[in-house]
Design a protein around this ligand. Structure first.
Ligand code: NAD
Length: 340
């Protein structure tokens, strides 16, 4: 049997990416929904042929505990709600995928990890690029030092924010601006290409454009991550500007680069030896099938909650560096690393 996945929050990402991807998965299928909008519930029920017994709202979702058709709960809500709903799903006895960023504080991440441990269920983060072959190639080239030691990295990810999802500029719901939402991909890309977590970070807020869209969260951030061997990564993210979407590494005897690097498709890669010529895949289908495989075969996921915690710790360090203007040590961040 295919494992049943319930999506919690039927916004843009669930509607545009996850539900369509679940039509292409081999090991799991869309088996339930949680939504606060009755009209959406009806429409999804019809469109995806869901039984009424697998349609919940935010108050009734705990009753999933009695629904054997749902094995995995996927939390696709505004960032500040990830912790509460992840914990409720774990307490209902389900395995959980929680969207990125894992939570809006390190303390919440730790509560989520404790809940997963107590429930004896797997908790993974919706890190789709860890299942994407261009990114695997960056991991291989960087970590195996195919062109020698990686000395310098550059990553940027940003787009002009149109306020179509207003919670993203509401600090209470988002936890922060583009660093939480888009910059997190730069943090990860650098860490898995280098194969190390940084030992320190420095950071600077970008200018706020005119208008009051960015009253509560940063409009842009530039930061540097420093590694133990002296190598550095320069990163940038923004909601005020369309950035190039790039992940590049300079090594002792060559370079490798993805551009565009972070989208759902259309990724392209090259190295100092020529184009990568790698096919794009349905990232979300791969990610969810991999998690289903981990659940079915009791294997650890490559994107566990501990990795989500690592990234939230690094993000908090970047905000601290920007707020103080000081270099912030990150040597206390546990190196949960992707293997090639
Ligand atoms: P969205 O605004 O389109 O959807 C959020 C959903 O949450 C909506 O259906 C909304 O009704 C619901 N919701 C429930 N309670 C709410 C509340 N109190 N306030 C506001 N909305 C509430 O957002 P989205 O773009 O789908 O993002 C959802 C999550 O998915 C975020 O954590 C985001 O970071 C993540 N995401 C990940 C990727 C990825 O590539 N992995 C891409 C997009 C979004």
């Amino acid at each position: 049997r295919k494992l049943g996945v319930a999506l919690v929050g039927l916004g843009k990402y669930s509607t545009g990416q996850l539900a369509p991807a679940l039509q292409q998965t081999q090991l799991c299928r869309l088996a339930g929904i949680v939504t606060g909008t009755p009209a959406k519930a009806k429409q999804w029920q019809r469109q995806y042929n869901l039984p009424a017994t697998s349609v919940y709202d935010y108050k009734t979702m705990d009753r999933m505990a009695d629904n054997p058709a749902i094995d995995i709960v996927y939390i696709v809500l505004p960032n500040a709600l990830h912790a509460e709903y992840t914990i409720r799903a774990l307490e209902a006895g389900k395995h959980v995928i929680c969207e990125k960023p894992m939570a809006t504080s390190v303390a919440d991440c730790r509560r989520m990890l404790a809940a997963a441990q107590k429930a004896g269920k797997q908790l993974s983060i919706g890190y789709r690029l860890h299942f994407e072959p261009h990114h695997h190639e960056m991991m291989r080239l960087g970590q195996q030092q195919v062109f020698g030691q990686v000395k310098q990295l550059v990553a940027d990810n940003g787009f002009r924010f149109g306020n179509d999802t207003p919670w993203r500029v509401n600090k209470e719901l988002s936890g922060g601006g583009p660093l939480q939402d888009l910059g997190i991909y730069c943090v990860q890309g650098v860490v898995y290409t280098k194969g190390q977590v940084p030992v320190s970070v420095t950071a600077k807020y970008g200018p706020k454009p005119a208008g009051n869209l960015f009253k509560e969260v940063e409009a842009a951030m530039s930061w540097q991550m420093q590694f133990a061997d002296g190598s550095v990564a320069d990163c940038r993210t923004s909601y005020a500007e369309n950035l190039s979407s790039r992940l590049r590494a300079e090594a002792a005897r060559g370079w490798m680069e993805l551009q565009p690097a972070f989208g759902y498709g259309g990724l392209r890669g090259s190295t100092s030896q020529g184009p990568m010529n790698i096919q794009n895949v349905n990232q979300q289908a791969r990610q969810m099938d991999d998690f289903a495989d981990c659940v079915l075969n009791n294997k650890p996921t490559r994107v566990p909650g501990e990795m989500g915690l690592r990234d939230v710790q690094l993000i908090e360090a970047i905000y601290r560096a920007a707020n103080t203007g000081q270099k912030v040590s990150t040597t206390d961040v546990k190196a949960v690393l992707d293997k090639t």
